[in-house]
Design a protein around this ligand. Structure first.
Ligand SMILES: Cc1cc2nc3c(=O)[nH]c(=O)nc-3n(C[C@H](O)[C@H](O)[C@H](O)COP(=O)(O)O)c2cc1C
Length: 330
């Protein structure tokens, strides 16, 4: 158990915020497969204040979707208090600020990882969040802007001084985006410099890589991101591997197809048929990754427009007899 302010995290493996991915259906299938805490994808402070449709969808939750963290994206101190007030009717346990997003459009405004280069602005944002929020506040940062400006330790200490309850560190720079080596050393340094919990992110793709992250950094919690796409069972794998050193069996085709059907159904319920099926196409690719001879089917599924068509492709996958290829686990 890890204490994050007044909130107690039951297990040290959580689902990361993933824009365009970690919506309610994705969180529910992850929870069903063993995830004990999940973040929403990032939500812009302005769209929250304007109560945009997109914001309402991102915030869509339910009783089974608990405990939950909400992640805010903003560079505007005067928006923060209003955005937090707009969350008054929602049930969640942690409020996170995104200081890690590398996307050009985001950093151009000074938000996301742009905040790593504006410590004063970040301090102002976090101070008002901590003052206003009724739940513990956390912040997600990167190793630094680029390899010549690694400042995660300074930024993490600043955050701790502002009163945040935990810091998440993605061990890559803004310049690296989502590829290249994860800097375990910088996460270890952040951990040594703080008294609050440190949540590590970067290449948490298997039980083995999770153990490596714990061992090499001393982090308190790991955050599963791309490792959970199409593989919600990773949470069980992490738990078992960290406990026993043995990798569990991969789920059978039948189990994967069953989760796909439920995921598709929830997508259609949340977004309506056209958007729900479109959104599910990438999940079809992720769920079927690692199975042999599935490529032609995947190409056809990428063109599906209706639930009936997509259900048909899932059915074909189920009866295909495709097998897991040699281990893709890291
Ligand atoms: C498609 C995608 C969307 C992401 N969206 C967010 C986001 O909304 N907020 C955030 O803090 N990080 C976001 N991230 C970063 C992840 O949370 C995570 O830190 C990163 O992918 C590194 O972990 P991994 O190497 O295990 O995937 C996103 C990453 C990806 C690939």
């Amino acid at each position: 158990m890890v204490k994050i302010g007044k909130f107690t995290l039951e297990k040290p493996y959580i689902l990361a915020p993933l824009s365009g991915v970690s919506d309610l259906p994705f969180r529910l299938v992850s929870r069903e497969a063993g995830c004990a805490f999940a973040f929403t994808e990032m939500i812009s402070g302005r769209s929250l204040c304007y109560k945009s449709n997109e914001a309402q969808i991102i915030l869509k939750s339910c009783a089974a979707d608990q405990p939950l963290g909400i992640q805010l994206l903003t560079h505007e101190p005067d928006i923060i208090a209003r955005a937090i007030d707009c969350l008054a009717g929602y049930k969640f346990d942690i409020l996170d600020l995104n200081a890690a997003c590398p996307v050009k459009k985001v950093i151009r405004s000074g938000a996301g990882s742009g905040l790593m280069r504006q410590p004063d602005k970040l301090k102002e944002l976090l101070t008002s969040m901590v003052a206003r929020s009724t739940v513990p506040v956390t912040v997600k940062i990167r190793a630094g802007w680029d390899s010549s400006s690694i400042n995660a330790v300074e930024i993490a200490k600043l955050a701790q001084d502002c009163g945040v309850a935990a810091v998440s560190v993605h061990g890559r720079t803004r310049k690296q985006g989502y590829s290249g080596a994860v800097d375990y050393d910088i996460i270890a340094k952040v951990k040594k410099s703080l008294t609050i919990p440190v949540i590590a992110s970067g290449d948490i793709l298997s039980g083995r890589l999770t153990k490596r992250m714990f061992d090499e950094t001393g982090c308190d919690v790991v955050m599963v991101a791309r490792g959970a796409t199409g593989n919600p069972w990773i949470f069980k794998e992490i738990e078992e591997f960290c406990r026993t050193g043995i990798l569990p069996e991969r789920p059978a085709l039948e189990v994967v197809a069953g989760i796909m059907e439920r995921h598709l159904g929830m997508n259609v319920e949340l977004y309506g048929e056209a958007r729900g099926v479109l959104h599910f196409r990438k999940f079809f690719g992720w769920y079927t990754k690692g199975f042999s001879r599935v490529r032609p089917l995947r190409m056809r599924a990428f063109l599906a427009k209706t639930k009936q068509e997509m259900d048909g492709f899932i059915g074909e996958f189920r009866s295909s007899g495709c097998e897991h290829m040699a281990s893709i686990q890291g």
